[in-house]
Design a protein around this ligand. Structure first.
Ligand SMILES: [Ca+2]
Ligand SMILES: [Ca+2]
Ligand SMILES: [Ca+2]
Length: 259
């Protein structure tokens, strides 16, 4: 009984401090996707291997292979996996939104560079909004600086305008956010980021739209998520209950010693 009480106390003390569901490290193993097999280079691998967590939002369109010289990925073409925008994953916990993008495009060295990551909370992307414009997004992460902006102008892609926008033109700085652009993983690269819910003004039941493409606009990913925030006791309450339980166990042991 005392051991059980002590275990509960330690659990409560621990849950008062840990919250992050994902590690922003450019590795999607925490989403349940394994990029280490050689088969990960093949077409449709990411369509068949999707995030395993409950309630994760995702879109996949892994429509090029490392062997393909040139293949239509829509709205343009990709050479091998290079311009294949392959998958986007979105999730949130009570503190942050988490995003991962898988693409063949490296951060440096390609003819057309990777674009910034865009988010919207309805102002431009909700068709019922008076500002509705599918080519605009309220927020953007500059992938060169990991800085989040409230965006006021957007850069147009070089070739396929269906994929607009591709990069932040200008905006108001909101904060630095965790962001990683990974190196090569079996011809894939991972862009992974997290953004605090309060920086995006998000609450339970709100919708979040995400968008990513490259300078040429040859391939593009769009994904919408309905944010779910689970009410839970404040961590300070859990911490206090844990302390009280631990104290009770110690007192019981002392009394047992002297009885
Ligand atoms: Ca990760
Ligand atoms: Ca691919
Ligand atoms: Ca694609």
């Amino acid at each position: 009984m005392k051991k059980t009480l002590l275990a509960v106390a330690l659990l409560l003390l621990g849950s008062a401090s840990c919250a992050n569901a994902y590690v922003v490290d450019g590795n999607v193993s925490d989403w349940g996707v394994d990029l280490t097999p050689n088969a990960a280079k093949n077409i449709h691998y990411l369509d068949a291997n999707t995030p395993t967590g409950t309630g994760v939002s995702y879109v996949t369109e892994d429509n090029a292979s490392h062997l393909t010289s040139s293949i239509y990925v829509g709205p343009g073409w990709s050479t091998g996996n290079t311009y294949d925008a392959e998958a986007m994953y979105l999730d949130n916990d009570n503190l942050s939104v988490y995003l991962a993008i898988v693409t063949g495009l490296p951060q440096f060295g390609a003819q057309y560079p990777a674009g910034d990551i865009f988010f919207d909370t309805g102002k431009y992307q909700d068709p019922s909004s008076p500002f509705y414009d599918p080519k605009k997004f309220t927020y953007g992460i500059n992938i060169a600086t990991s800085k989040l902006y409230n965006v006021s102008s957007w850069q147009s892609v070089a070739i396929f305008s269906d994929a607009n926008p591709w990069a932040i033109g200008s905006g108001v700085f909101l904060g630095d956010v965790p962001f990683v652009y990974s190196g090569d993983q079996k011809t894939h690269h991972v862009l992974e980021a997290s953004v605090p819910l309060n920086l995006l003004g998000l609450e339970d039941g709100d919708s979040l739209w995400a968008h990513w493409t490259m300078q040429c606009g040859n391939d593009v990913l769009n994904l919408k998520r309905d944010v779910v925030v689970t009410p839970e006791p404040p961590s300070v309450v859990l911490f206090a209950v844990g302390l009280l339980l631990a104290f009770a166990v110690i007192v019981q042991r002392r009394m047992a010693l002297f009885s």
